[in-house]
Design a protein around this ligand. Structure first.
Ligand SMILES: [Zn+2]
Length: 441
């Protein structure tokens, strides 16, 4: 049988089945999807291909899924560092956004972010930001997979005047991309301190109707919980429960402050958590108790958050931070082994975004979102354990080749769907504007 592509690699870590390492296997790819994964000799006996790629001393993994990002904020990287969350957000980020956000800002920022993400092995990201329609166009043009969590706030912005308009625009964005391979959608109520009960009730009804996730920042700081108890008499998580939003549709981002009963609640209701370890550490927000969540069967995914609070969009860094933070915070070295960190960055991300039938593992029938990582480098030799190296040893710069839906988007380190020089020049021109900003004075 003739197929489009065969990728042969020394190692393949398909993620499903758990902790499996295949040696000298090949992936057969046809019409955007994975057809089979089988020993190289059998592959060559049974299939001929238009393209055959041979990668020695490489490991193939499913494309990494960044389950929480604000891609366009890449342009604000380094513009507000070393501040606590509320000061960072209210005194720096919001004024900067007020000054600069436009369609062009969103497109240029998203391009920069997507380039950084593809180059570091991410093939799908969940994005919460203004002008999601522009993020979608930018992603499609780069052949990048994205889930748009259309932003919803009570107050006006460049994107909408009030909660109803944000919600309307979210449903329009959904309609526009309902048949897209690359773009899926979600509702993105920013947080429980920026969205009131009425819009949250509407979001719940519409999310059920459209069968899409609800993506929200929650329990990110102690202050957020104390303020909620002052204003509503209950925690933000309880408010979500009372409003009927605590369901398997919920993508709860951060959860750095959870009591035992919160963890039991998340588990009982089947809600998902997105852990953003580097952003949480940098803003000193707290530590998400991932070990306990996992122990209670909660699906935990990983995200970078925006580059204004990370400052990288590098899922290798998140995997490493997640496992190290889990170990030191529980004083238990067996906590969150490497293969679990890799699951959080792949299949569990896909589950959180409701995309587990399509992506998240290297399995026949799924989209061929495949990343090749070279292990032939000082820091990953000898190759005693490829999964350990992916989490503890490798740098994201060891990502060599990336395919999304079977299409090659990076070959031997060169981006194929994005223009590197153009992206760098546009970032530099934004740098000049941001340097002169009154918001930073
Ligand atoms: Zn965020």
């Amino acid at each position: 049988m003739e197929v489009e592509l065969i990728i042969k690699s020394t190692w393949i870590v398909p993620v499903v089945p758990r902790a499996t390492v295949l040696r000298d296997y090949a992936i057969i790819i046809h019409e955007k999807k994975i057809l089979r994964i089988l020993p190289q000799q059998e592959a060559l006996d049974q299939y001929s291909a238009r393209h055959i790629v041979q990668l020695d001393e490489h490991v193939l993994i499913p494309g990494l899924i960044n389950s929480h990002c604000h891609a366009s904020m890449a342009l604000l990287r380094g513009a507000a560092d070393d501040l606590p969350l509320h000061e960072w957000l209210q005194n720096r980020i919001w004024p900067l956004e007020q000054e600069f956000i436009s369609r062009k800002f969103v497109v240029d920022g998203a391009e920069l972010a997507i380039a950084e993400m593809i180059a570091s092995g991410t093939t799908c990201f969940a994005d919460m930001y203004f002008f999601p329609d522009e993020v979608a166009k930018t992603a499609i043009s780069a052949n990048m997979r994205v889930q748009l969590a259309s932003p919803i706030l009570d107050f006006p912005s460049v994107w909408a005047a009030n909660a109803d308009e944000y919600i309307l625009k979210a449903t329009q964005t959904h309609d526009q991309y309902r048949n897209s391979d690359l773009v899926s959608t979600a509702f993105g109520p920013h947080s429980l301190y920026t969205v009131s009960d009425d819009p949250l009730r509407k979001i719940r009804i519409l999310a059920d109707e459209l069968d899409i996730p609800i993506h929200v920042h929650i329990h990110e700081t102690k202050t957020e919980i104390q303020d909620s108890i002052k204003s509503f008499g209950i925690s933000p998580l309880m408010r979500l429960k009372n409003l009927g939003l605590l369901t398997p549709r919920l993508v709860s981002v951060h959860c750095t402050h959870l009591m035992d009963h919160d963890i039991e609640l998340l588990s009982a209701q089947g809600a998902n958590v997105v852990h953003c370890p580097n952003s949480n550490m940098k803003l000193a927000s707290g530590i998400c108790n991932v070990s306990k969540l996992v122990h209670h069967g909660v699906n935990v995914a990983l995200g970078t958050d925006g580059a204004a609070s990370n400052n990288r969009l590098d899922m290798f860094g998140e995997m490493r931070a997640a496992t190290l933070l889990a170990k030191v915070s529980t004083e238990d070295a067996t906590s969150l082994p490497a293969y679990v960190a890799l699951e959080m960055a792949t299949i569990q991300g896909a589950k959180a975004l409701g995309l587990e039938e399509k992506i998240g593992s290297l399995e026949p029938g799924k989209f061929a979102d495949v990343v090749a990582v070279s292990l032939n480098d000082f820091n990953t030799l000898p190759i005693n354990d490829p999964i350990s190296h992916l989490v503890y040893g490798a740098n994201s710069s060891q990502v060599s080749n990336v395919w999304i839906g079977g299409k090659s988007v990076m070959r031997h380190g060169d981006l194929l769907t994005l223009e590197k020089t153009k992206i760098i020049n546009s970032a530099l021109s934004w740098q000049e504007k941001i340097e002169k900003s009154e918001s930073l004075a």
